[in-house]
Write a protein that binds this ligand. Structure first.
Ligand SMILES: Cc1cc2nc3c(=O)[nH]c(=O)nc-3n(C[C@H](O)[C@H](O)[C@H](O)COP(=O)(O)OP(=O)(O)OC[C@H]3O[C@@H](n4cnc5c(N)ncnc54)[C@H](O)[C@@H]3O)c2cc1C
Length: 383
């Protein structure tokens, strides 16, 4: 039986978050961007509303609800795109760090669930982006410690208190085998940081992390040695739905603002909305956003029901952010020259959303995944 409705509880959360997002977050969306400052306080405020577990990390670790974080992603992105990912922590940490031992969960989850602590994911390297199997960072065992050496060069949340670092633990291994993951505290000796100056998402520092003889207790390893790639791949599917939903939140809010604007602004003696050239792009955008939303929630529903959804997640990852960028761009044009100024949040949304066409996997890589599933490896593009 199909059911596309939200429960009363989900509907109420959506309403509460929409009001909060537009009243509290949206007016300061540009503030954090201009100062390139991480929005700690807004994120803590959001978590005070949405986190049902307080600091009970065991409950969070067992959280299975994926629709609620989907709603959070959409609604928070209406106000501030850059507050979304940390706001999902209470619901997603249990999956993101599923194989971490209780000791590690107890150490990190409570702070992440309140926004007092920040986590950064360290996969990408200068020679390993799309081709993660080319990862070169090493972690060599020496008694009770691992010694890490290497460079991660696209770490979002470079301000993090803890880094989820992927490194090669099996000497001489190649491809996706022999890679392990660690939770590395920021204060670990041997780390250096170098931030980028990005086109968008400026409130979330992104940059390079250099590790030189960084010593980590062996107890910081997440999951089994050499098995980390398989572990993180499981998380990518739902992350792609959340990325889609946050892009959709930003685009839908932009569309709502545009609908209001074109009804109020006039040219040639008529409201702009009276011109087919203005109204039809709005109709098309609304249609596309609805399709994207259905796909993203379908992925969450599939995952919640333990169904394989790699195909759908790859579809969402290449198509939804791209569509949202196009919708926001069209809306910017429909605002005329004002849309091009930073008096409206549209230019910032455009800059912010573009980043997530690349982050977590480019469109080409998603199409590669889709073609491998549909055509079979023997008939799909080689790499
Ligand atoms: C906003 C943002 C946030 C990010 N956050 C993080 C993070 O927190 N942690 C992290 O580890 N990484 C992060 N990344 C990095 C991101 O995951 C990588 O940039 C991405 O996987 C692509 O890798 P690359 O940049 O090295 O590009 P490359 O792999 O060098 O690719 C360059 C171009 O070539 C294309 N290409 C590559 N291989 C193929 C192929 N086989 N067929 C067709 N085309 C191909 C790509 O699609 C791309 O267009 C982030 C990136 C952005 C922009």
């Amino acid at each position: 039986m199909l059911d596309f409705s939200f429960t009363d509880e989900q509907g109420l959360l959506r309403k509460t978050l929409r009001e909060f997002s537009l009243k509290e977050l949206l007016p300061k969306y540009g503030y954090w961007d201009k100062r390139e400052e991480y929005p700690y306080e807004p994120i803590k405020q959001i978590l005070r509303i949405v986190n049902p577990y307080g600091s009970d990390w065991r409950q969070a670790a067992n959280s299975t609800d994926l629709v609620i974080p989907g709603i959070i992603a959409e609604e928070i992105a209406r106000g501030d795109f850059n507050c979304v990912l940390p706001s999902l922590s209470p619901f997603i940490m249990g999956r993101f760090l599923a194989e971490a031992c209780d000791e590690l969960k107890e150490r990190w989850f409570p702070g992440l669930m309140t926004g007092d602590k920040v986590i950064g994911l360290c996969l990408t390297e200068p020679n390993a982006g799309s081709d993660l199997g080319a990862l070169q960072t090493t972690a060599s065992r020496d008694g009770d410690v691992y010694i890490l050496n290497g460079e991660k060069n696209s770490v979002s949340f470079l301000n993090a208190d803890v880094f989820y670092v992927f490194a090669r633990t099996t000497p001489g291994s190649s491809g996706y085998r022999g890679i392990s993951a660690f939770l590395m505290p920021r204060e670990t000796e041997g780390l250096e940081f170098s931030p980028y100056h990005d086109l968008g998402c400026r409130a979330v520092p992104r940059g390079q992390l250099f590790m030189s003889d960084a010593k980590l207790s062996a107890s910081c390893m997440v999951g089994c040695e050499g098995e980390a790639f398989r572990m993180i791949m499981k998380y990518f599917d739902i992350n792609r739905a959340f990325i889609g939903l946050m892009c959709l939140g930003a685009a839908t809010q932009t569309l709502d603002e545009t609908i209001k604007y074109v009804k109020e602004k006039s040219a040639f003696g008529l409201s702009l909305s009276r011109f087919e050239g203005v109204a039809f792009p709005i109709s098309e955008a609304a249609t596309q956003l609805e399709l994207g939303r259905l796909l993203c929630y379908k992925i969450l529903w599939m995952k919640q029901n333990d169904m394989q959804c790699t195909l759908e997640a790859a579809m969402a990852k290449w198509w939804v952010p791209k569509t949202c960028v196009e919708v926001i761009h069209e809306c910017l044009l429909l605002h005329g020259h004002y849309g091009y100024t930073n008096e409206f949040p549209i230019e910032q949304r455009l800059r912010d959303v573009i980043g997530w066409q690349i982050g977590d996997g480019t469109p080409q890589i998603q199409k590669l995944i889709i073609s491998r599933i549909l055509l079979g490896r023997d008939f799909a593009p080689m790499t």
